[in-house]
Structures are given as C-alpha cells and as structure tokens.
Design a protein around this ligand. Structure first.
Ligand SMILES: [Zn+2]
Length: 340
C-alpha cells in the first residue's frame, strides 16, 4: 500500500509500505477513505520534536472495515467507521468515566500511521464507532473532523464548562480552536470571543458562532478580554495551542472561579505556582477523550446539524501529502484533507 512517511525535518514522502495485518484478535484493518494533517503532525515536521527514524504519519481517519480479528464482536466487515487517535477498550474504569484517551489499555493509533491506504486499529470494538449507514460523499470531511479536531475542540469546551449564560474565550485559531467555537455554540454559550488575527479564520470563527474577535495576543489580548467582560475575565477559556504564551494567556483571561479547557499539546509549558494559586481558576485538559463524544458528534453530523468539515480548506490526493504539510506549515491552509 501507499503511505506517508516523515524522514527528517520537512522531508515528507509517500512510499510503498507493507499492508497492515491483524496482530491481535481485537484488531481491525480499515481501508482508509480520508485522512488529514494535524497541527500536532507539524511538531515533528518542523523539527520541534526530533525525528529519530523514518516515521509513518497520521492519526485521524475514517474508513471502511476490511478485516476483523476473531474477538471483534460489535463491528463487521463493510461498516463505515470513525475512530479516535487513541485506541481504548471502552470498558475499564477510566473509559467508563469518559477518559478513553487514558484507558488502562490505551495505545496510540498513530504509531503505524493513518495517512495511508490501510490502517490497523487496535481494540477495534472499543475504539471505532460505525456510522448509521454508508455516508454521502459530502459528509466525509465532517466525519473525518470528528476523529480528532472536532472531538478535541468539543472536549475543550466541555472541560472549560462552556454553556448557557457563559462567556467563552478561545485561544488559538487553528482547526481545534475553531471547532471549540462550534462546540461552545452547540453547548449554548452566550458569548464567544475568538482570539485571531487572520481574516479567513475570523470569518470561519464567526460562521461557527463567535460573537467577538480579539486580534491582540499575550497580555494585550488578556487586557482586551477583561475589557469585554467588565474587568472580570471570561467564565470559560479554551486553550488550543500548547505554548507557554498561549497557556498563560488562557489562565490570565479566565475569571476567578472560571474554567480553562486546555487541549493544545503542551510544549515546554511551565506554570508559575504562586500566580496559579491566586488565579483561582480550574484547569482541566489533556489528550481529548474523543471516543466519549463520537456517538453524539456522528449523529449531529449525520442529521446535518453541524458542519465541522468546513475547517478543511485544502483537499489533496494522498500522493500530494508533502504539499499538504507545506501548506499547513506556512499557514496557507487551516487544515488539509487527504483523499485516498
Ligand atoms: Zn479503558
């Protein structure tokens, strides 16, 4: 099969790779219909995360079940499925509490890469959710978004306790931040402030439900959020970047007693203890338990109540993956979809 491999910083190649095979009785092999490039794929691409050996890429996927192991009971060959970037049994205490990304048997799906024609999905019954039928072509981008960026933005909004009567601020205008806006809107937030300085992203933020735009960042951005909230700060803040600056911007933009939902993969973030102590904010985040939300998100997409697929502003065939990475790296694209 063909698959995407990162060889070194900014060296993406599409090459022939071994077809995946069933290794564990709980595995499924899927024929990938569409995959995409994640903001977190850019960390190794840019060299922020060291590339020690050629690495298969990708952890977002939708596809059709092609083969199942003998212990897979819920899924059948031919099902169209959406899954998360962490495989989970969905039965342990941690999963039952809704934290499938930290399942006691959690395994990253990305290890073998989903930017490929086929992928092996461990713990298939606990990881994959079948759609109600074969989806119409135009639903595929939204279903693909559910696999990570929508599920992650949704978790961030839930962790930040976005809801009726709340003012929600969103730090980060990548796909996750933008879909955090969509989630906050669905959860009933009264006011949603998008922090973005890019016209195209501001437009999409508004389409997804943002009521205000703040272009300033860092302490200036915090001052602006305070100005918009009678000096108090937002009730709920979504952090969708993962840097020291964005994390502090999120904490400082939150009012005492408010909630920060942080989902940007943390890179060298160090929190000052005394400032945190006096901030009086709740912090909750981590790798999103996307699996918790998948049944609900798939239904909302199926019923055409939400259209998160709009975050894909570039669609390319798998063979042109290098261009997809480059476009996202240069911020020419918000999010690139790869069709297979
Ligand atoms: Zn579990």
């Amino acid at each position: 099969m063909r698959g995407v491999v990162l060889h070194a910083t900014r060296d993406i190649r599409v090459e022939d790779r071994e077809d995946p095979t069933i290794k564990e009785p709980t595995d499924a092999i899927i024929r990938v219909t569409a995959a995409c490039v994640c903001g977190s794929d850019l960390w190794p691409y840019r060299g922020t995360d060291e590339v020690k050996e050629p690495s298969p890429m990708g952890h977002e996927y939708v596809g059709v079940v092609e083969e199942i192991g003998p212990e897979v009971k819920e899924l059948k060959v031919g099902d169209f499925v959406v899954g998360s970037f962490f495989a989970s049994d969905n039965t342990c205490e941690i999963c039952q509490a809704g934290y499938q990304s930290r399942c006691v048997h959690a395994q990253p799906v990305g290890a073998e890469g989903t930017q490929a024609q086929k992928a092996r999905i461990p713990l298939a019954d606990g990881t994959l959710v079948a759609t109600p039928g074969q989806p119409d072509e135009d639903l595929i981008p939204s279903l693909l978004a559910a696999s990570d960026v929508l599920g992650t933005g949704w978790f961030a909004a839930v962790a930040a306790e976005a809801g009726p009567g709340k003012t929600v601020a969103v730090v980060g205008d990548g796909a996750v931040g933008l879909l955090g806006i969509l989630a906050a809107k669905q959860l009933g937030a009264e006011r949603i402030i998008a922090m973005s300085r890019h016209a195209d992203r501001q437009a999409l933020a508004k389409e997804f439900g943002a009521t205000d735009i703040v272009e300033e960042r860092g302490d200036d951005g915090v001052a602006k959020i305070k100005e918009l909230t009678d000096g108090l700060g937002a009730h709920s803040v979504i952090e969708a970047v993962g840097t020291q600056e964005s994390m502090m911007q999120a904490i400082r933009a939150t009012r005492p007693g408010g909630h920060v939902g942080y989902v940007g993969v943390s890179h060298d973030v160090e929190l000052p203890g005394l400032e945190l102590f006096f901030s009086g904010v709740h912090l909750h985040g981590g790798p999103a338990p996307v699996r918790r939300f998948l049944p609900e998100l798939i239904q909302l997409i199926w019923d055409r109540e939400i259209d998160p697929g709009k975050v894909f502003d570039l669609t390319l065939p798998l063979e042109q993956a290098a261009e997809a990475y480059q476009a996202m790296d240069e911020r020419r694209a918000i999010k690139a979809m790869l069709t297979i």
